[in-house]
Design a protein around this ligand. Structure first.
Ligand code: ARG
Length: 465
């Protein structure tokens, strides 16, 4: 079946077959770039007029036409179906329909190769800014919870075995530190995204006296990409953003996993409001942490997106290759999925309360302060390795006699070492164990307070996005 002639039909005797067009059309996905495409075209056309490559009147008519097209797309009155090949063709064809053949001047000194590269960079700039805001919002919620629960002690874990008492705030602030690295990575890759590819044309540049720096200024780019071949063949920025998204998702899945565990009857450390949990269609007693589970589950998609785009670019010769059209799916999917997950997990945490009573129940009758005994012996002059072994035997003794550490008497302890005296018992209390921590970055009350002060300054700063 034949189609309306395409914008590149001059050299061809027959139009593209329906099968080939359907196969190669990307408009279903890249129509999401319509705003970026029109914004880039307006900057380009204004530059063409400023450089006297087209007249001011032509530029005015083209710009007006493009703005009308933007409104048509927004109103849903312009059809963006597969026959259009891609969003760039669809907009240009519509422009020519509206302003006549003169509309074809828009594409002077430009190619779809640098055009699509520009649109993607504009898209990623917005995406990075939004992701940064979402990360910050999440951190603020975690900071708020850290302040609210300051003083609540929980069992800290390693190997998912009870390790040492820590402040819940310290645990929540660990998430804030994790997310801060994501924020830094986003800010860092923004620098490389924010360089202008337009003006590279197909790959060799153009003989028109265009002013790329002017376009860069109009669109807020920090610099003009210095090599036209690289400008149209580079997709590193998509890879970087997708990699950063993968890191964010990995972090979210760790938080999600803890929330799933903590919501179980076995732990019962956290409760999330009904509005953010779901029931079972068969078991009436169930209240499931589905938002956390879905977040954990969606990580695979974003990792897949990263593999997808890395593999797509592997072995591609310079410069543009049509393969690269396939970059849209992983780019959009990684950004959208990460955005959604950050958003929902933030809300889940807002609507989650932590159970002080359950934490303290678990802190009682446990060996969480065993390290204090070892440290006590070390301070009394016993080498740490020996202290560790003595304490291990004490714990073994307690298990054998079904005793908590706090149930030991001085007599019991003297069987293991003569160095013990009354002042040890004080240290076996979780609060005292926390108070005794000295090192920077520890769970000691003052150290946790320092973190809260630090993050308050960073996250509540007026320029922080
Ligand atoms: N739809 C294409 C893409 O996204 C646009 C560039 C096409 N360029 C070309 N020479 N066929 O990559």
């Amino acid at each position: 079946m034949a189609h309306s002639p395409s914008l590149w039909g001059g050299r061809f005797k027959a139009p593209l077959s329906e099968a080939a067009l359907r196969f190669s059309s990307s408009i279903d996905l890249d129509k999401a770039l319509y705003q970026e495409d029109i914004r880039g075209s307006i900057a380009h056309v204004e530059m063409l007029a400023a450089c006297r490559i087209i007249t001011a009147e032509e530029a005015r008519r083209i710009r007006k036409g493009l703005k009308e097209i933007l409104a048509e797309i927004e109103a849903g009155t312009l059809s963006l179906s597969w026959e259009k090949e891609d969003i760039h063709m669809a907009i240009e064809q519509r422009l020519i329909q509206k302003v006549g053949a003169m509309g074809g001047k828009l594409h002077t000194g430009r190619s779809r190769n640098d055009q699509v590269a520009l649109d993607e960079r504009l898209y990623l700039r917005t995406a990075i800014t939004e992701l940064k805001k979402l990360v910050t919002q999440f951190q603020r919620v975690l900071l708020y919870k850290s302040e609210k629960y300051f003083g609540t002690i929980m069992p800290g874990y390693t190997h998912l075995q009870r390790a040492q008492p820590v402040y819940l705030s310290h645990h929540l602030l660990a998430y804030v530190s994790m997310l801060e690295r994501d924020h830094e990575r986003l800010a860092d890759c923004y620098k490389r995204v924010n360089r202008l590819p337009l003006g590279a044309a197909a790959m060799a540049g153009t003989s028109f006296p265009i002013d790329r720096a002017l376009v860069a200024r109009k669109l807020g780019f920090d610099a003009v990409l210095e090599n036209s071949i690289d400008a149209v063949s580079d997709r590193d920025h998509i890879i970087e953003v997708t990699a950063v998204c993968s890191g964010i998702m990995m972090h979210l899945s760790r938080m999600a996993e803890e929330l799933v565990l903590w919501s179980s009857q076995e732990f019962d450390f956290a409760r999330t409001d009904d509005a953010y949990t779901t029931g079972s269609s068969i078991m009436p007693q169930k209240k499931n942490p589905d938002m956390a589970e879905l977040t954990r589950g969606k990580v695979g998609r974003v990792y897949g997106d990263l593999m997808n785009i890395l593999t797509l670019m592997k072995g591609l010769p310079l410069a543009y290759n049509r393969d690269m059209q396939e970059d849209k799916h992983p780019m959009f999917d990684a950004v959208n999925t990460t955005r959604e997950c950050l958003f929902i997990m933030t809300h889940v945490f807002v609507h989650t309360t932590f159970r002080k009573d359950r934490f303290s129940e678990e802190l009682k009758n446990d060996f969480l302060t065993a390290t204090e005994i070892a440290d006590y012996l070390v301070k009394a002059g016993v080498p740490f390795r020996d202290a560790h072994s003595i304490t291990g035997r004490i714990v073994g003794y307690c298990i054998e006699h079904s005793l908590p550490l706090s149930g030991l008497t001085l007599r019991d302890l003297h069987k293991f070492s003569p160095k013990f005296s009354e002042d040890l018992f004080h240290l076996l209390d979780p609060q005292n164990s926390i108070d005794h921590k000295r090192s920077a970055g520890s769970t000691a009350p003052n150290e946790v307070k320092k973190q809260i002060v630090h993050w308050t300054r960073v996250l509540r700063h007026k320029n922080r996005i």
